[in-house]
Structures are given as structure tokens and as C-alpha cells.
Ligand binder design. Structure first.
Ligand code: OSB
Ligand code: MG
Length: 369
């Protein structure tokens, strides 16, 4: 395959409601939409870096720089038959996983289209539908939170994840569990706690959570192992797992019992699949995390989540939970069984709406071979 053109678009889309986590509050979600062209086909990818270095060190600006100055130039070194060859070329670039992941995803879409296969099948997917969970941010107060949970449960989401932080922890999980005794419930701290909070975290065992996600520092494996030895609730790692090597070390250290796989965080679909394969072999359940993606990133995530090891509900909600107008067609809708359908057309299997994409674009750059 010989790439003829690459295009980067820095876009900005307004969320239907602000999303607050332990690291901040988002109203406008930026992204870099990446398209690659070859043989009359266009492949699409999305870079999930944030406006600031809060979730990880990457930002829209660092990703743009790394794509522009380093990753895209590697494509011009010559044609390739496998995506692994491109990954090999840019293996010299340390880190910058989100920048790599967005471009690699676009190449996967292109390759799948050229092979006339759905991306899900190219990746080894086996499911027609993926379980859809919803991630609910920090609210003003408990009644407002309960109201949002009621709305989401009524819509049919099959799992509820609540963002927590010191001061918005057992005091909210107690009333929520009391009101919703049966739901699959979990908490995500986005690294807001540390070992000094061990007693508080042990106390969460009483709420029958299916897991607690990333309680400790974004790069920690050791303190998590200490906590996991002392609590019954399974720990799930998100931020700490940046590669398949991290997944292996987390398993050796017993830092967690569940892993959240995000292709942006781990450097692309290929590394995400490696983590999936390792976890499947070692009986570690995984699920697909989200970064408030547009329909393009969501389509990539849904394809990934169709792999057999994704046995827990994913952070993959319907398009309208995130944005009033998505940039793809058809948008993702929640099925009555609390799932999203895996698209069956070639590539990511959704159509990109050019007029909307243009409307949300803040900056654009085209690169030629
Ligand atoms: O930690 O999973 C996270 C969104 C932005 C950054 C980090 C996270 C999240 C979410 C949203 O929880 C999940 C989604 O896209 O539905
Ligand atoms: Mg998380």
C-alpha cells in the first residue's frame, strides 16, 4: 500500500452535558481527525489527546507536533504491505501513544476497506453486538446524580460507572447503591487516591462494585498491588497500562484483576490487540474504555470490543449520550438489550459527514507523498 495523502483536522465538539472527573471538567471536546488516502479509498482515525495534559501528558498540540514532524514523514519512506512495517518505522518515537494510535487506526480502516472486510473482522472480532455501559461524571449533589442515573438506567445501559474522588466517594456510593440495588455498578477514580486512603477504599467493598478503576497514581503498579491484596473488589487499571509489557507486569505483580483497554492510551489497535490476546490467555477479563470519542473513534472502539476477550460491559455509549450531532452516519444507537451493533460494512463501516466535520474544524493541514 502506498499512501498518497494525509489530512489532519483539529476539531472541537460541544458535549451534550459537561463531563467532570477527578482531573477536571470538560465542556468542549477537542480531537484530531486523521484521514489517509490510497487507491481511491479514504481511511479515518481519531486522536483522543485532550485539551490539557490531565489524563496523560499528551495534548492536542503535542499530538499535532508529533504527527506533523515525525509520524507522517515515516509514511513517505515507501510503500508497505503490513501495518507492522509502519509501526516498526516509528518505534523510534518514544511515547506519544495517542498520536500514533490515531494514525494507525486510519491505516487499519484503509486496509480493511481495501480488503473489502469490516474492521472488526480484520482485528479478529467475533461478536455482532457489544455491551454498552455508561460513564457518569461528578455532579453538583447527590439528588442530581441519582436523577442522571435513573435516566441512564431507563435508557437501557447495562452498567453504570461513577466518577469518584476524595470527598465524592463512599458518601455517594452509599445512597446510589441503596436506590439501585441490582445494577452493575463501578467507580473510576482517575488516579485521585493514594495509600493514605486505604481504609476508605477498603470500605467500598460493602457496595458490591464490579470493580474500582485506577484508584492510585496514573503510572503506578506497586501500590495498586498492595491495595488489591487487601480489598475484595477487583481493581481495574486504566492509566497505568500503556503497553502489553505493562499488562504482563501488572499480572506478575497482581496489581489488578481487570484491564481497561483504550487504543489511544496504548498506542494503537495493534498494541490493543496484543493486550487483549495476553489477557485472554491469562484469563484476565477486559473491556473497552472510552475517551468521549466522536463517531469515528467510537466505530474503532466498537470494532475492537467485538474481540472475544471483551467480556465486561464497555465505556461505549450511544452517540447522543456525548454529542447532539455526531460526525458519522448512521450514528450509534442503543439496542433494547443494552448493546451497540458492530457495523458490518467495509472498514469502520460508518460514513463520515463532511459538512459537519468542516463545521467543527478549527485547523486543517494536508500532506502529500
Ligand atoms: O478514565 O475512562 C476514563 C473520559 C475521558 C478521559 C478518561 C476517561 C473517560 C471516561 C468516558 O470515563 C468514557 C466514555 O467515553 O464513555
Ligand atoms: Mg478510566
Amino acid at each position: 500500500m502506498k499512501i498518497e495523502q494525509v489530512e489532519l483536522r483539529h476539531i472541537e465538539m460541544e458535549l451534550v452535558e459537561p463531563f467532570e472527573t477527578s482531573f477536571g471538567r470538560e465542556v468542549l471536546r477537542p480531537a484530531i481527525i486523521i484521514s489517509v488516502k490510497a487507491d481511491g479509498l479514504t481511511g479515518w482515525g481519531e486522536c483522543v489527546a485532550g485539551a490539557g495534559p490531565w489524563y496523560s501528558y499528551e495534548t492536542i498540540q503535542t499530538a499535532w507536533h508529533v504527527l506533523n514532524d515525525f509520524l507522517i514523514p515515516y509514511l513517505w519512506e515507501g510503500p508497505f504491505t503490513k501495518i507492522d512495517e509502519v509501526i516498526q518505522r516509528w518505534s523510534r518515537v518514544r511515547g506519544h501513544s495517542m498520536a500514533k494510535a490515531g494514525l494507525e487506526a486510519a491505516l487499519w480502516d484503509l486496509l480493511a476497506q481495501a480488503s473489502k472486510k469490516p474492521l472488526a473482522k480484520m482485528l479478529g472480532g467475533t461478536k455482532e453486538r457489544v455491551a454498552s455501559g455508561v460513564s457518569i461524571g461528578i455532579h453538583e449533589n447527590i439528588p442530581a446524580l441519582l436523577k442522571t442515573i435513573h435516566k441512564r438506567v431507563d435508557e437501557g445501559y447495562c452498567r453504570v460507572k461513577l466518577k469518584v474522588k476524595p470527598g465524592w466517594d463512599e458518601n455517594i456510593l452509599g445512597p446510589v447503591r441503596k436506590e439501585f440495588q441490582k445494577i452493575l455498578l463501578m467507580a473510576d477514580a482517575n488516579a485521585a487516591f493514594n495509600l493514605s486512603h486505604k481504609a476508605l477504599l477498603k470500605n467500598l467493598d460493602q457496595f458490591n462494585l464490579i470493580m474500582i478503576e485506577q484508584p492510585f497514581s496514573y503510572d503506578d503498579l506497586v501500590d495498586h498491588a498492595e491495595l488489591q491484596r487487601e480489598i475484595k473488589t477487583p481493581i481495574c487499571l486504566d492509566e497505568s497500562i500503556k503497553s502489553s509489557r505493562d499488562a504482563r507486569q501488572a499480572q506478575q505483580l497482581k496489581s489488578c484483576r481487570i484491564i481497561n483497554i483504550k487504543q489511544g492510551r496504548v498506542g494503537g489497535p495493534s498494541e490493543a490487540k496484543k493486550i487483549h490476546d495476553f489477557c485472554l490467555e491469562n484469563k484476565i477479563p477486559v473491556w473497552c474504555g472510552g475517551m468521549l470519542e466522536t463517531g469515528i473513534g467510537r466505530a474503532h472502539n466498537v470494532a475492537l470490543a467485538s474481540l472475544p476477550g471483551f467480556t465486561l460491559p464497555n465505556d461505549l455509549s450511544a452517540s447522543n449520550r456525548y454529542y447532539k450531532e455526531d460526525i458519522i452516519e448512521p450514528s450509534f444507537e442503543l439496542n433494547s438489550d443494552g448493546t451497540l451493533s458492530v457495523p458490518t460494512g467495509p472498514g469502520i463501516g460508518v460514513h463520515v459527514l463532511q459538512d459537519r466535520l468542516k463545521r467543527f474544524t478549527r485547523e486543517q493541514k494536508v500532506f502529500h507523498a
